[in-house]
Design a protein. Structure first.
Length: 867
């Protein structure tokens, strides 16, 4: 009898063999490829005719050509064991905890994001659409109505997000921490929306993304439902499969809702279905850091190199074998024995101790901090957040505001926006939240709102937006006064409304605020016909060419910008006083009379000192700049500040060990206190202000005496501008006594000016530290403050005017002048104009601004004149 044949032995196939077998047995999906026309003529040395493709994918019925694949993926990549991942998941999990640094970075980022407050709120689009439907309602009312209408949905969604995974008893902070952990380590987030039998969302379960295999369709993209898009591989074999959370049109497939899996990655790349996490990006830098730590740790476990070596002089006549044996014994005895190395040893005869060169450089922290910076940069953190500081480093003595802004812009805000979009999409797809609502982290838009407020402020000030338009943007109730709907220009001198501005001045003229006094030129027809000053108005009704008058006024405006001094003259040939009534009182304007040559307006009041003060102030301003620059060594001060450690060298670094906010003195004293201890003496440098006041007093004394005598001419030949000693000699006894009293009070002004400059220097130091500026950059900034031409000119003009007015007041009081006028300088400000309008007042009394005499403000050149 013939026995049955034994069964063939079992065959074992590798993954590649299985893939080849499946490929060979599966039918090929091909189609008749319809190539595109090839009409380019074949020419000599041309590019050649493109080959006709061979279709390996289905062709479109409308074109007869196949669609492109997303990438050249691995054949049979949907099978277990076939993957294009470069770094295994386990390597990333292990690297996240290696050395401690990646873990500290991850926990820092998780803490700053997961603990933020959040809210379910109407979207901006929903608010805009609702406001468009009801334009009369304010934005605040529209939002309130939306919240009231959507209140039940807001409450339902908010309650769910308070505990996203009820099955695992995980609140929002715990659940989000798991999401962030997978994001930073794997750059993959896998969430299984677990539903009830009734189809309602019960929990969002976070699944380990390393167990999820992402499948591809024939083009290399995500398979559309109901085809499986993901499989969970457990112990090397698929144990479950799931569809994508939405189909190609963004709809949830109801029949497969329990089989849905949400899989997201942050760094999406075209050539792979996997992301690129922060841990994966830092692997090379982490390897260097770990090797550095291993090298340092080996010093304490395997190190044998002491501070000195033993030199064999040959006197012992040891053989090489004996020397080698002793060397081994010595190394075995001292290897890793830190305490033993500090004990005395008796050497055999013939050995001498040879001192080893100092290798302290390798223990300096700069290189370790450099490695820490590289690691922290991959997680968008700073070493200050990790509790490390750079001793005496430039701009790194703590987590300052500049670093916080950069870190928030680069790391926190993008991560928060990504999570916000992810949670919003999950809510709408799985929780069926209305499209009018969104998940929103509180505080996310503060920076954007601050920037928008800054832009709106500029637009309101420049007349491109009204106040009510800005309040509409903010959702605030509108103002009910008419000015809120008028475009305006806001300058240093006040508000000018654009409506009707062309009627206030000719083209090119400066339109002043209404409260600035004589700010707007008026036409002849607007003059009071019954006034006693009708003659200029009648004079304007001449046969002069209007175009010539207009051109001449425009030429004066250009000339006026460059010739402010009262001794300059502009002779009008066509224009008459009635054509430019706002020039009434301006000594520079000379009009051509009908019966004679040019003549100035008769009502002008001039001050003789204006012929001298600007030239004198310019000389003293240059001297001030030179003296201030020489008084402070900007380079030395910059270097001293930047090397000044904000953490004391003899105190431990306790940053990061306490949750309490740091006090201002935790990292050192502020810039102002530090600067006060650097022996910077600006008061001595500003002592020349007394010389400025001496010359100003002489100018005021001679000018006031000339005005009292009825003459506007002063002989200035007695001294040259800038010679304070010569200026003192022109004073009589009363003038010299008045100058002494003035100089006795000069110390107060000098101290105030010096304090202002010290504050400016301290601010420059603080700003440089915040920006991390170099010593050269900071030194230039300090020199710019000390050598500031605008500041020097302001001080010289103001102090010169102060002394001039003091001399004038002393002269008028000595000569029994009962009342004085505030004589405004050209281009006076509204405050000075108000003082002039209130004139005359009793000598020594206060004007409306509260000043007894000019200057009323910095750079004020006004003077006192007898009434």
């Amino acid at each position: 009898m013939t026995k049955a044949a034994a069964p063939a032995p079992a065959a074992t196939f590798s993954a590649d063999q299985v893939a080849a077998l499946v490929t060979a047995t599966a039918p090929q999906t091909t189609g008749a490829f319809n190539p595109l026309p090839r009409t380019d003529p074949p020419v000599a040395f041309g590019p050649g005719t493109a080959l006709i493709p061979t279709a390996i994918d289905p062709v479109r019925r409308d074109t007869g050509r196949s669609e492109p694949r997303f990438n050249e993926y691995l054949v049979s990549s949907n099978l277990p064991g076939v993957t294009d991942r470069i770094v295994p998941w386990k390597v990333l999990r292990d690297a996240a905890d290696a050395g401690g640094m990646p873990r500290r970075c991850i926990e820092t980022r998780k803490a700053e994001v997961a603990t933020l407050d959040w809210v379910i709120a109407p979207t901006k689009t929903a608010v805009a659409q609702a406001q468009a439907a009801d334009p009369a309602a304010s934005r605040a009312d529209v939002e309130a109505h939306l919240r009231e209408r959507l209140g039940p949905e807001i409450a339902r969604c908010s309650k769910f997000w308070e505990e996203p995974d009820r099955g695992q008893d995980e609140d929002f902070v715990e659940w989000t921490s798991k999401i962030l952990e997978d994001h930073f380590v794997l750059d993959a987030v896998a969430v299984y929306p677990k539903t009830t039998y009734g189809g309602d969302l019960y929990a969002l379960e976070v699944v380990d993304p390393s167990t999820i295999k992402v499948l591809r369709d024939h083009r290399g993209g995500k398979p559309a439902p109901p085809q499986p898009a993901y499989q969970q591989l457990l112990w090397g074999f698929p144990r479950g499969e799931f569809i994508a959370d939405v189909d190609g049109d963004g709809n949830v497939i109801n029949g497969y809702t329990p089989d849905t899996l949400i899989y997201k990655r942050r760094n999406v790349r075209s050539w792979t279905v996997y992301g690129h996490s922060a841990v994966e990006q830092c692997l090379e830098d982490l390897d260097v850091w770990l090797r550095r730590r291993t090298w340092i740790r080996a010093e304490y476990s395997d190190g044998t190199i002491p501070s000195g070596l033993l030199k064999n002089t040959g006197a012992s006549a040891w053989t090489p074998a004996q020397v080698l044996e002793y060397e081994r014994a010595l190394n075995d005895a001292w290897s890793g024995q830190i305490l033993e190395r500090h004990r005395m040893r008796i050497l055999p005869p013939g050995f001498e101790l040879e001192t080893q060169a100092d290798a302290a450089e390798k223990y300096k922290p700069e290189y370790d901090l450099f490695l820490l910076k590289q690691l922290a940069s991959h997680f968008d953190t700073t070493i200050a957040e990790l509790g490390f500081t750079e001793a005496k480093g430039l701009g790194s003595g703590g987590f300052h505001e500049g670093q916080a802004d950069v870190q928030e812009r680069k790391g926190t805000l993008p991560t928060m926006r990504w999570l916000q979009a992810l949670f919003t999409s999950i809510s709408r797809r799985q929780l069926r939240m209305p499209a009018e609502l969104e998940f929103r982290f509180l505080g996310l838009e503060d920076e954007d709102e601050a920037a928008a407020d800054s832009v709106s402020d500029v637009r309101v000030r420049s007349g491109r937006m009204t106040l009510n338009e800005d309040r509409d943007r903010l959702g605030l109730p509108r103002y009910d006064f008419a000015e809120a709907d008028m475009p305006m220009v806001i300058g240093q001198r006040g508000v000018v409304f654009l409506e009707g501005a062309s009627q206030l001045a000719p083209p090119g003229a400066m339109v002043e605020p209404a409260q600035a006094g004589k700010s707007a030129p008026e036409t002849a027809s607007q003059a009071d016909p019954g006034s006693a000053d009708d003659e200029p108005t009648q004079e304007s009704n001449n046969d002069s060419n209007p175009d010539a008058v207009k051109a001449e006024l425009a030429a004066f405006l250009k000339w006026d910008a460059r010739h402010r001094a009262p001794h300059h003259r502009f002779e009008f040939q066509s224009a008459k006083p009635g054509d430019a009534p706002w020039l009434d009182g301006d000594p520079r304007a000379v009009f051509k009379a009908a019966d004679a040559g040019p003549k100035a307006l008769p009502s002008a009041k001039t001050w003789p000192g204006w012929e001298r003060d600007e030239e004198t102030a310019a000389i003293w301003a240059r001297r001030l700049r030179r003296t201030m620059t020489r008084a402070v060594d900007a380079r030395r001060l910059a270097e001293a500040w930047l090397v000044h450690s904000l953490v004391k060298d003899d105190e431990p670094d306790l940053t990061g060990l306490s949750s309490e906010p740091l006090q201002p003195d935790t990292f050192g004293i502020d810039a102002g206190s530090w600067l006060a201890g650097q022996n910077v003496d600006l008061i001595a440098a500003l002592a020349m202000i007394a010389e400025i006041q001496a010359e100003g007093y002489a100018i005021g004394n001679l000018s006031s005496l000339a005005v009292l005598s009825g003459s506007a001419a002063v002989d200035w030949s007695a001294w040259t501008p800038g010679d304070a000693e010569a200026a003192r000699l022109v004073l009589d006894e009363n003038g010299r006594n008045g100058l002494v009293l003035l100089l006795d009070r000069a110390g107060v002004n000098i101290s105030s000016i010096a304090a202002n400059r010290m504050d400016a220097l301290a601010k420059a130091l603080s700003d440089a530290l915040a920006r991390g500026d170099s010593a050269d950059t900071l030194a230039r900034a300090l020199r710019g403050i000390l050598d500031d031409p605008k500041w020097a000119e302001m001080v010289a003009v103001t102090e010169l005017a102060r002394a001039t007015s003091a001399a004038s007041l002393d002269t008028y009081q000595a000569n029994g002048v009962a009342q004085v006028d505030w004589l405004i300088a050209p281009s006076a400000c509204p405050m000075c104009q108000e003082n002039a309008d209130a004139s005359p007042i009793p000598t020594g009394a206060a004007f409306p601004s509260g000043d007894v005499m000019p200057p009323g403000h910095p750079r004020c050149r006004c003077s006192l004149s007898p009434a």
